[in-house]
Ligand binder design. Structure first.
Ligand SMILES: Cc1cc2nc3c(=O)[nH]c(=O)nc-3n(C[C@H](O)[C@H](O)[C@H](O)COP(=O)(O)OP(=O)(O)OC[C@H]3O[C@@H](n4cnc5c(N)ncnc54)[C@H](O)[C@@H]3O)c2cc1C
Length: 461
């Protein structure tokens, strides 16, 4: 890559601006600050931002960056933002790629890279069709799927990225490719799990499922019942069929609009539950959790599929976030006691949420088309969310690491690429097994030989 200098860039930037259908913004120019990510703690200060309007725009940016010794990063919502986007980087912002069409007959949604899951719910559910989103409808579809994506129905249907029928991808060389199991199958394998390592997705076609309702919601318990609830959840989860999905969260939610008063400013425990199929059977399976203590709030019911986002009730508005994450192979009673000691009612935990998701079921089976998603055999995903602000900022990060360390005896050593984003070789080795990392590296040398996309969490060593 050629080193970048100001003289070098001056006229070239005007030229780039003229060639783009979308808008280019430099620091201080109108629009530049629209890139503040959802996770507001992460500084995102690129050399310039291209609010792209088409795949051609992305291709133009790739070629410009190659010519001028810059790198290219991509952002949609900023839910997974991480540091490193600075003066050597052009940020491709996908917000304007906002098309979302549902082909009900073929059960497919064609969505632009700037679309959030909520938009897909709004377009698909009126046709009786369901998208396999994650827990938060505000997350971007493309960022979620390139991280392979697990949602509240993961045990029933597997990873959401297994339901991608096609991507449009702009590679690091600026080529615009249609990627399917038959066309560029190497990219079809790699894009599902390697984030933006191999290219920037400009649109995606996802399969929709003929589901109109689910049985689910959350049982919220007092923090004082945390030990009884968590122990029972661990025992109960082991025998559940894969029609049933569950997660549990030790929560200390702030008193802000949208948080029910009964859950605010104290420790509560949320047992989330999502099931498709016979609601009577789903209710029967949940009965042991309903009996373990008296819930302070019970939102579990037969619900329209469009209400799926309410199960986890993740925060919607931008906020400061520090994430911790680990995959666990088992959750014996000793592990539950350990977690309670570091994150339970007497622990002095400073995390907003400490969550365990039960995995297994369809996730653990190889899908029809293999992908770069590793660690399908993990039994639980543990995720911590804290707000690193004010006097507790450093404490939040240190405590998050301490919780992850305490659970190490039960951890697989792996991670999913979507959670607790981070750059660096150590992180890559946790996200991918050796073969996958090797092949992603080979593909990266082919589709991005100069390393234009080597910013942040890309899977090349
Ligand atoms: C509240 C909350 C709930 C979540 N729930 C879940 C969940 O249930 N399951 C789950 O799997 N994950 C979950 N996540 C993680 C989320 O899926 C990732 O953070 C994801 O990367 C967010 O994508 P985004 O586009 O919204 O964010 P962004 O910060 O805009 O993008 C994050 C990264 O995704 C990649 N990316 C984004 N757009 C593109 C593109 N067009 N082409 C190629 N790569 C791209 C890039 O590497 C980018 O740096 C959650 C995160 C939050 C904050």
């Amino acid at each position: 890559m050629t080193a970048v200098t100001e003289e070098h860039l001056g006229d070239a930037v005007s030229d780039l601006r003229a060639r783009l259908e979308g808008v280019l913004a430099l620091p201080g120019e109108a629009g530049y600050d629209r890139i503040t990510p959802w996770n507001v703690t992460v500084p995102v200060r690129p050399r310039m931002v291209a609010f792209v309007a088409s795949a051609d725009d992305v291709s133009t940016v790739m070629r410009f960056a190659t010519q001028h010794g810059l790198r290219v990063a991509v952002q949609s919502t900023g839910h997974g933002a991480l540091p490193g986007v600075g003066a050597g980087t052009i940020l491709v912002h996908t917000g304007a790629l906002s098309g979302c069409q549902v082909d009900a007959r073929n059960r497919v949604a064609r969505v632009g890279a700037g679309v959030r899951w909520q938009q897909v719910f709004d377009a698909a559910c009126p046709h009786g069709l369901a998208p396999l989103s994650g827990s938060a409808p505000g997350v971007g579809v493309a960022g979620f799927l390139t991280g392979a994506g697990i949602g509240p129905l993961v045990r029933t249907f597997g990873a959401s990225s297994d339901y991608v029928r096609a991507f449009e991808v702009v590679t690091g060389t600026g080529e615009i490719l249609r990627v399917t199991p038959e066309q560029h199958p190497d990219l079809y394998w790699g894009v599902r799990g390697s984030k933006s390592t191999l290219g920037i997705v400009t649109s995606v076609e996802i399969e929709l499922l003929p589901i109109t309702e689910f049985y689910g919601g959350a049982l919220y318990f007092n923090g004082a019942d945390a030990a009884a609830v968590l122990h029972e959840w661990a025992r109960w989860g082991v025998g559940l069929p894969e029609t049933v999905n569950t997660s549990i969260a030790l929560q200390q939610l702030p008193a802000v609009p949208g948080v029910p008063a009964v859950l605010a400013g104290r420790l509560t425990v949320a047992v989330r539950y999502t099931a498709v199929g016979d609601p009577g059977e789903a209710a029967r399976l949940l009965a042991p959790m309903r009996a373990v203590a008296t819930p302070v709030l019970d939102t579990v019911a037969q619900q329209p599929f469009a209400a799926l986002g309410a199960v986890h009730a993740d925060p919607v508005d931008p906020m400061p976030v520090h994430e911790g994450h680990a995959l666990l192979r088992a959750l014996p009673a000793e592990a539950v006691d350990t977690l309670l000691a570091v994150a339970g009612s007497e622990s002095g935990s400073v995390q907003t949420v400490v969550e365990l998701r039960l995995l297994g079921g369809a996730l653990a089976r190889e899908p029809r088309h293999a992908s770069a998603l590793c660690h399908r055999d993990a039994a639980y995903s543990m995720c911590l969310i804290g707000a690193p602000v004010g006097p507790v900022a450093e404490q939040v990060v240190a405590h998050s690491r301490a919780v992850v360390a305490a659970m190490a005896p039960w951890a697989t050593g792996g991670q999913f690429p979507n959670f607790a984003p981070e750059a660096g070789a150590e992180r890559l080795r946790r996200c991918y097994d050796e073969d996958t990392l090797h092949w992603l590296g080979q593909l990266a040398s082919r589709y991005d030989p100069v390393g234009i996309l080597a910013v942040g969490q890309v899977a090349r060593l």
